[in-house]
Each structure stands twice: as C-alpha cells, then as structure tokens.
Ligand binder design. Structure first.
Ligand code: UGA
Length: 479
C-alpha cells in the first residue's frame, strides 16, 4: 500500500464509532491522508494502537495496514480540522430518551467543536442519519460560527453500509447520494469517491433535503419489507401455509426481489428500529404524519414477532416457563456483529427470564456487550455448555456456527430435543431426523411442507411426458 497520494484533499472524520472508523479507514485505504477525531480518549488510544472497539470482519486488518502507511491518524484535538479540506461528520444520532425523535446533540456538539477552526474554504459533509431539515439548520449554524463564513460549505452524503459488510459497502457501494448546494461541493465529493465512481457506482446529486430523505426512505422501505413478510408469517400461522415457500415464490418476481424478505424474529439494531420511529416523528412535525402512518404498523408487526417467539417457546415448555431451562443461541442483533442495540434475541431472552425461565445465552461475539446490558441473564462460554441440560433451545441470531452444528451432537447434550428456529437458519429435516421437535415462525409444525405425499397409482395419461405439437413448439418457445 503506497503512502499519501499527492494533490488529494486532506480529510478529517469527526466521530470514531462504527460509521466514522469505517469511513476513516476506507478513505485512508483509498490513498487519502485522514485524521479521525473523537472526544473519547480511550477510544482514540485503542484505535491508535490498531484495536477496534467493536467487531467488524476485515476491519482490524485494514485499520492496522492503513496505520502503518502513516496515512491514518487519530486525535482528540478538534483544532486539527483546521488542516482539512473535507470534514466528514460521522457522529451518532440515537433515539431520544424521552421520545421517538432523533437526538441530535452529538451533531450540534461536533459543529460547535470544529466551526471555530474553519478559517479556510472547506467542505463539511454530514453522513449521519438525520431528520429532514437538519442539514439546512447545521449549514446556517456552521457558516455563522466559522471564521470563513460562507466559504465553509455543507453537503449531505448519507451512508448505506450494513454492519458485517462495512468495508465492501463503503468501497463498493450500490450508489452514492450527494446532497449539495454548489457545483464545487459536488466536484469535491466526486474526487473523494473517484475510485468507486470509476468502478461504476452510480452518483445521484440532489439538494440537501432529498439526500436526507433518501436515507430515511431506504431504511423505512427495508424495515417495511421485513415486516411485510413477517405479517405474512402471521397469516401462515393461522392457515398452515409455509412462509419460507411463500417468500421463495415471491422472490422470483423481479419486481419484488428476494432481498430483505427473510422471515423470522424481525429487525433490530441501532438503525432500522430507531430510524422508522424518527422518520414518523419528523413527518408528523412536518404535517405529513398520515403519509407514513404505516410505519407504526411496521414497528408493531416487528415487536409482535418477539412475543410470538416467546409464545412458541412456552408451547414447547407445555405452557409454563417457570424454572424451564432454555438455551438462547445468539445475542447480537444479527450475525457477524457484536452490536446488541435493540437486539431481538436479547429482548426475547429478557422476556423469558421475566416469565420465570432459567435462560442461558451464548453468542460467538456479543457476550461482553450482552453481559453489561443484561446482567440478570446467565451466559455460557461455549455453544455446548449453553445447550447442556436445556429443555428448549432457541436459535435467535443466525451465526454460521449455529447453522453448522450437528443436530445429533446437540441432541445428546440437551434434556429435551425441543428447538425453536427464530431465523429459519437450520435444516428442519435434519433436526427432525435427529429426533428434535423443530418449530419455526410462520411454518407448520411437522415435516417440511416441501415433502410431497407418496405417489399413488394413476392413469397412464397423467404420467406421460407432454410433448408439444411440432407446429406449436416454436410458438411456445421462450422468447
Ligand atoms: C441497516 C441498513 O441495511 C443499511 O443500509 C444502513 O446503512 C444501516 O441500517 C444504517 O442506517 O446505518 P444494519 O442495521 O447494519 O443496516 O443491518 P441490516 O443488515 O439492515 O439488518 C437489520 C435487521 O433486520 C437485523 O436484525 C436482521 O436480522 C433483520 N433482517 C434483515 C431480517 O429480519 N430479515 C431480512 O430479510 C433482513
């Protein structure tokens, strides 16, 4: 990896959480000189020594590699933004403690920290997910507080990366959205992302409000798709239909597509749940709450899946959870992450614990975080010790190690072979063959629906292959 490529903008990144660290490391990997800043001294010290304070596949290696080149630096001194041509704002916008609105105080604080040092022409680029109208407000704030005034421009470049895929999503995004107020800002942003653009990533240049809205709309759409299939799972449960086959059949319609159509325990994490609530809140403030009122139902469907999972586990425990030993497999909100924010798995574990069950949790990466937030639960150091003596096993985050587990080996460890697959991650037939009572959300109990009835004797005319008339064959060939 070469050192800084000359004549490139110098970059600062404010905030070294998940988004900021990924952004800083990836921009340094693309050849820019990057200084990432944060108020948290511990985090900065850890990053300086090449240690990531969260789990993301591939990122520690890239962090260490870019640190070695000297292109990437970490600092708590915000005056270093005085040397930057482009400053990315990557601070969190969590849900407010007292409402569903987004809490913007980290963003306001970041502007207050950097503005006094901006006495030169530069571009400040917001990446955080914000309520529509935030960018315009920050622009006014920035230009009135910065010594360079209107020479400091603001742009919005929403981030679409997924945890667990952060590097690929940053270096090869599906699209780049640049909310700008001038040709100059657009040119500078194009320069920062020249490599992905050259590799074919489409660029959509917009005004500030549209850029903010793209992010809220994208996350809302994804959440809606998940809740849609989970609503269908509820209907399947009432009819004996199979939601997996339904999702598969829907996915082949190219207008629908198969992405984000995986039924199960539903969505969690630090983004989708809070973003749909903040969007609904902002829309109501803008007088268009009715336009996104469906997002409340998206949220409600999602929450119902958690209760339904508890109900299914209770059914397997013959209606009473008191003192029932339950192994919960998974704590993170999704696999390949140690993030437990609004994690469906831990919410279900908490509900089971409150109902009197003896819950033991195992997760390959998220145990330290889970222990801190849910000290009332028990934790096992390995998958085998988590399931030992369990009366019900509940798979709630689909880590690969759980998919790969041998049902016969697990079966020898448990007290009773009851399993609830909250993520449709396991081979139902293999578990049933190993003597497990396998249950999943939205699929009928018993043998998989794909299994057909045994073939009965039938008239010959029904078993002959149907050969098209030669004259008609060309007419019915696919075009
Ligand atoms: C989400 C978006 O996918 C990113 O594009 C966005 O940048 C990010 O939020 C953000 O706003 O920062 P992320 O929260 O990392 O990314 O996770 P996802 O992969 O979207 O998964 C979210 C949740 O939905 C997980 O709990 C997952 O288990 C669940 N999910 C996902 C389903 O239940 N079914 C699916 O088909 C897909």
């Amino acid at each position: 990896m070469s050192s800084v490529i000359p004549n490139r903008p110098r970059i600062a990144v404010i905030g070294t959480g998940y988004l900021g660290t990924t952004q800083a490391v990836c921009l340094a990997a693309l050849g820019f000189a990057v200084t990432a800043m944060d108020v948290d001294q511990d985090k900065i010290s850890s990053l300086r020594s090449g240690l990531l304070p969260f789990y993301e596949p591939g990122l520690p290696e890239l962090l260490q590699e870019t640190l070695r080149t000297g292109r990437l630096q970490f600092s708590t001194e915000f005056e270093r933004s005085a040397d930057a041509d482009v400053i990315f704002l990557c601070v969190g916008t969590p849900q407010s403690a007292d409402s569903s609105a987004a809490d913007l105080h980290f963003l306001d604080a970041a502007i207050a920290e950097i503005a006094p040092h901006l006495a030169h022409k530069c571009l400040v680029v917001g990446k955080s997910t914000v309520p529509i109208g935030t960018a315009n407000r920050l622009r006014t704030l920035l230009q009135s507080a910065a010594p360079a005034g209107p020479l400091v421009e603001l742009a919005w470049n929403p981030e679409f990366l997924r945890e667990g895929h952060a590097i690929a999503d940053t270096l090869r995004p599906d699209r780049l959205v640049f909310g700008v107020t001038s040709e100059w800002s657009l040119r500078v942003l194009r320069g920062c992302f020249a490599q992905p653009i050259a590799a074919g990533t489409p660029v959509i240049a917009t005004d500030l409000a549209t850029a903010e809205l793209v992010k809220a709309a994208a996350n809302s759409f994804l959440a809606t798709k998940i809740s849609y299939i989970n609503a269908m799972a509820e209907v399947c449960e009432a009819t004996g239909a199979d939601v997996n086959l339904l999702a598969e059949a829907l996915s082949y319609d190219s207008r629908i597509g198969g992405g984000f159509l995986k039924p199960g325990l539903g969505f969690g994490g630090g983004c989708l749940p809070k973003d749909i609530r903040a969007f609904a809140h902002r829309a109501a403030e803008l007088g268009v709450g009715h336009a996104v009122v469906f997002l409340r139902e998206v949220d409600a469907i999602n929450q119902r899946r958690r209760q339904r999972t508890v109900d299914l586990i209770t059914e397997m425990a013959c209606g009473d959870l008191q003192e029932v030993k339950i192994a919960v497999l998974g704590a993170a909100f999704k696999p390949d992450s140690d993030d437990i924010r609004d994690a469906p798995a831990l919410d279900v574990a908490r509900m089971l614990h409150q109902a009197g069950a003896r819950v033991t949790v195992y997760d390959p990466r998220a145990m330290p975080n889970a222990r801190k937030s849910y000290p009332e639960l028990s934790y096992a150091p390995t998958l085998a010790s988590a399931v030992a003596g369990a009366e019900v096993v509940a798979l709630l985050t689909e880590w690969e190690v759980f998919r790969q587990a041998d049902p016969a080996v697990l079966g020898a460890l448990v007290e009773r072979r009851n399993i609830v697959d909250g993520r449709h991650a396991l081979d139902a037939a293999a578990y049933q063959a190993a003597g497990w009572d396998y249950r999943a959300l939205g699929t009928p109990a018993g043998p998989p629906a794909r299994l057909l009835e045994p073939v009965m004797p039938e008239p010959a005319r029904l078993s002959q292959p149907v050969v098209p008339e030669p004259a008609l064959a060309s007419a019915i060939e696919p075009v």
